[in-house]
Every structure is written in C-alpha cells, then in structure tokens.
Design a protein around this ligand. Structure first.
Ligand code: ADP
Ligand code: MG
Length: 248
C-alpha cells in the first residue's frame, strides 16, 4: 500500500505566528431571501481547543457550521480551516479539504439499512482504505466509543445515545483534525447527553480540535470550556471557561 503522502497543513498563521485550526475574520452570510444569518464574525480557534458555540434557535449556529464545512460559502470576509482558504477553494478540492473534518448532527444521519460496522466502514471506503485497514480500524474505534459488542446491530435496534456514538465513530475513524458537532445531544436524555459530552472531551484530550454547537445550558455551565455565544447572527460573547448566557 502506498503511504499517505498528503502534506499536513497546519492552519492559518497570524502576524505573530500563532497558528489556527479555524480562522474567521469579518464574515458575513445572508440567505437568498436576504435574511442576514451571520454578521461580522471574527473567530479564531487554535489546534486542540474545545469550543462551545451557544445561542438560541435561529442565532446562526448551524450556518456557522455549514460555512466551516464549506457547505455554504460566505458572502464576505476571510475563512480559513485547516490551512484551506474557503473563500478561494476550488470545487474539486472540497472533498479533500473535508477529509480533515469529522461531523456529527442532532439526528445522527446513519444509514438505516446498514449495521453499525458498515456505517463506520462506509467512511473509510469513501476514502479508499483497504479492507484490511478497515477490519483493523473499525473495531478499534467502536470499542473506543463503547460499542464493540453492537457491531452487527442496525440503527433502529440502538438507543439514541448508541446511535450518536456510532455517528461519532464514523466521524472519527478517518482521524480528522477537527470535529464539528451540531447539537449532538439535542435528541438525547440527560444521561446519554453526559456520556456523549464525556466522549467529546476524551476525543479532544487526544488532540482533536472540537467545536460543539449547543443550546443546552446545563452542559455548557458544567463543562467550563470556551464558550462563543451567538445572538441574531453576531458574536456577543467569547469567554474562556464560560457559562451559558440567556437571552434577556
Ligand atoms: P441555529 O442553528 O442557531 O438555529 P441557523 O443558522 O439555522 O440558526 O439560522 C440562522 C438564521 O438563518 C435564521 O434566521 C434562519 O431562519 C435563517 N436560515 C437558516 N437556513 C436558511 C435557509 N436555508 N434559507 C433561508 N434562511 C435560512
Ligand atoms: Mg441549528
């Protein structure tokens, strides 16, 4: 097998040499109907950080995630993720860029007819990993998320918390440098919510940059991480070891 020779990109650097995994400056995004979704966003996240993006429904959290994934293009500003300039990236380079990212969503988005093993293996097949590597990597990531015994189960045979752990395994199996999670615990009870959050923390401790969108006040207040708060499309607060800020 040919070794993976892709050049590792370190991210964008400031004038002082600080490297960023995620760098946004003066970013604006409005939807076709003209409704501004994000206004003048400045956000810098260094490699290995854990950041909550908090804010009420409609504040622009998912739009921000879509910009980071280059599902949407910003109207104005600078966006650099993992060293890729997302205002200039060519369409054909987007899949390669996205290999740096793992993503999980509120509604899990698993393949319903496939079992747990195949849901995770699918992510590896897309990037043409050999079956030999897949047989090594999938069981290892499934045991890391506590699902080693469930590899044959179909999604509907699993609890919500288990389904989200499958989604996490799928997001992680290709070893992304950044994990983006858009309301990953939105459909989970408090016990599963805590377990997923604990896993995200563990993933972060292993070096992955983790960005978690949530409007769960209890979690944000309990975890004492950096909290970026959006309100009506603008960042209204950005605090180390922050808490959840309510609408007034
Ligand atoms: P959040 O994830 O915080 O709930 P969103 O980013 O989904 O917020 O939405 C931000 C704003 O953009 C809201 O006013 C929402 O109605 C609007 N919006 C989101 N998606 C679209 C879309 N596809 N077309 C038009 N407006 C949208
Ligand atoms: Mg949303």
């Amino acid at each position: 097998m040919a070794k993976d020779t892709k050049k590792k990109r370190k991210g964008k650097a400031d004038a002082d040499g600080t490297k960023y995994a995620i760098y946004l400056e003066g970013v604006n995004k409005a939807y076709e109907d003209g409704v501004p979704a994000l206004t003048d966003i400045d956000l810098k996240i260094t490699p290995g950080e854990f950041v909550f993006i908090a804010g009420e429904t409609g504040s622009g959290k998912s739009t921000l995630i879509k910009l980071l994934l280059r599902e949407l293009k910003a109207d104005e500003g600078k966006i650099n993720v993992c060293g890729y300039d997302l205002m200039r990236i060519k369409r054909r380079d987007v899949p390669k860029f996205r290999r740096n990212l793992g993503v999980v969503f509120q509604n899990f988005r698993l393949l319903k007819e496939r079992n747990v093993y195949d849901n995770v293996a699918f992510a590896q097949r897309i990037i043409q990993k050999s079956e030999r590597e897949i047989r090594k990597n999938v069981p290892s990531i499934l045991s890391a998320v506590g699902l080693a015994g469930k590899y044959k189960a179909k999604p509907k045979q699993l609890s919500g918390g288990e389904q989200q752990r499958v989604a996490l395994a799928r997001a992680l199996v290709n070893k992304p440098t950044i994990l983006l999670a858009d309301e990953p615990t939105g459909n989970l009870d408090p016990k599963n919510t805590n377990e997923i959050m604990h896993l995200l923390e563990k993933i972060n401790e292993n070096g992955t940059t983790v960005v978690v969108v949530t409007h769960n006040r209890e979690i944000v207040n309990a975890m004492q991480k950096r909290v970026v708060t959006l309100r009506k499309g603008a960042i209204v607060s950005d605090e180390e070891k922050g808490g959840y800020i309510d609408e007034d």
